[in-house]
Design a protein around this ligand. Structure first.
Ligand code: GLC
Length: 439
């Protein structure tokens, strides 16, 4: 009450001291502007959009993306929530969030294998009209295709991935060997180096029961001329002789002590650490390893090469297509802001910054010829060729269940080598056929 009286008194005094009616008009206009424009603008909260990002990438997002994005878009706050590093665990988080109700995430950072499932379940916004076919040409075809489901576009590619074989150039030189082309050469070189005590292990890879296992396995399968599921016909190839030979190869490298027995529990990071610490001649992994292998504390700095996976002389080496892209949750209350964020993340400048810092592969074609990137990562142009001829994990809506079946039987066959590989793969194949309704 006292305050109102005081305000009245002040206004009275002001009125007495200001005689000119023009000045009153000016004051009135200023008050109007303040109330209707400046006050809301000053008190308005930015719209918050959320994204769930793999833990390993979070520091880069915070350092390279968030601050700059918010500076360019002052009305939007981008909140990054940390996801586990294992893709299957992150997929489970999304799945339970979507099943329980509206997703708490506006932006859906998606592995290349999720589009079918998420789109079929109706969880994603159709982005087909937001980007022209011409705009999409800036990205690699396989990465774009991985974002489509039944002709519609649900995911814009950010970064690509391709599985590859890393090798130690210094060790190969020591025995005058060329990088291996075939499975037998990989075994022979590993054994020679191990006999000379040049390396404790020959070959490390991902054998744990998780999504990295099928990703690694499709490369070995391709090298034996086999296949997992034909997405056109739903034919299952897991119990064919090529697939059984692929399993036998992986069991053989463990039995011969070329791969450590613990490899059946390794994910990307366990395998990478062994290699970067100089404990293995060969490593199967994704492009991100390159940057960490060149750091000062790496035992293999300046001593590594990459090539596509080894194969039978009669077949070709396969690189599994991996990669991550952004979609928008259908339940998002801020689809326009989320789309602005996607446009920003996929822009050339941001992609270049991210690539230079992380060594990851961008999905933007033009960056493979970028002189600054090539100066830092001379192997970069070769990565593009690998992606262009990469092998896909089957792009089917039931992919998560199909992968789960393969992971269980394959990991059992690798961990318990007294089991028959043929029996395990028959069971995996039959369960997959039941899943796809082809028995
Ligand atoms: C990488 C790939 C992804 C794959 C995962 C398996 O993140 O980009 O596609 O599913 O590894 O661990």
């Amino acid at each position: 009450m006292n305050e109102i009286k005081l305000l009245k008194r002040c206004l009275d005094r002001l009125r007495k001291s200001i005689k000119s009616p023009g000045l009153w008009g000016l004051i009135f206009t200023i008050i109007l502007i303040f109330n209707f424009w400046a006050k809301p603008a000053l008190t308005q909260q930015p719209v918050t959009i959320t994204a769930l990002i793999n833990a390993g990438e979070v520091p880069y997002w915070k350092k390279l993306i968030v601050e700059d994005f918010e500076k360019e878009n002052p009305g939007i706050h981008l909140e990054i929530i940390e996801a586990p590093n294992a893709t299957d665990l992150t997929e489970n988080l999304y799945t339970s969030a979507f099943i329980l109700g509206d997703s708490p995430y506006d932006l859906i950072y998606m592995d290349v294998i999720w589009t079918g499932k998420f789109a079929a379940a109706g969880w994603l916004l159709d982005l087909s009209d937001r980007m022209s076919e011409n705009g999409l040409k800036a990205f690699m075809d396989k990465d774009v295709e991985a974002g489509r489901y039944k002709g519609k576009l649900y995911r814009i590619p950010l970064r690509s991935d391709a599985g590859m074989l890393y090798y130690r150039t210094d060790l190969l030189e020591k025995i005058g060997a060329k990088p291996p082309e075939t499975f037998e050469e990989l075994i022979n070189i590993s054994q020679q180096l191990q006999e000379k005590k040049a390396t404790p292990w020959g070959y490390v890879w991902q054998g744990a029961q998780y999504e990295g296992l099928p990703a690694m396995f499709v490369e070995i399968l391709e090298g034996f001329g086999g296949f997992w599921v034909n997405p056109e016909t739903n034919e299952v190839g897991l119990d064919k002789s090529e697939a059984i030979q692929a399993v036998e190869f992986l069991r053989r490298v463990i039995d011969k002590g070329i791969s450590p027995p613990g490899v059946t529990t390794y994910r990307e990071e366990e395998a990478r650490r062994l290699f970067v610490n100089g404990k293995s001649a060969f490593l199967r992994n994704w492009p991100y390893v390159w940057a960490s292998a060149q750091e000062e504390d790496s035992e293999v700095k300046g001593k590594i090469g990459i090539k596509p996976m080894v194969h039978l002389p009669s077949a070709k080496g396969g690189a599994c297509l991996g990669g991550w892209g952004m979609g928008i949750a259908k339940s998002s209350k801020h689809p326009e802001e989320a789309w602005k964020a996607i446009q920003y993340f996929t822009s050339k400048a941001v992609q270049k910054r991210f690539t230079l810092e992380t060594g990851n592969m961008s999905s933007r074609r033009e960056l493979f010829a970028d002189p600054e990137i090539i100066a830092k990562y001379p192997h970069y142009p070769r990565l593009q060729t690998m992606v262009e001829s990469a092998v896909l994990r089957p792009p089917i809506a039931q992919y998560a269940q199909a992968s789960d079946i393969l992971q269980r039987y394959l990991n059992a066959a690798l961990s318990n080598r007294s089991l028959s590989a043929e029996k395990m793969m028959k069971s995996a194949a039959n369960q997959t056929r039941r899943l796809l309704g082809t028995t």
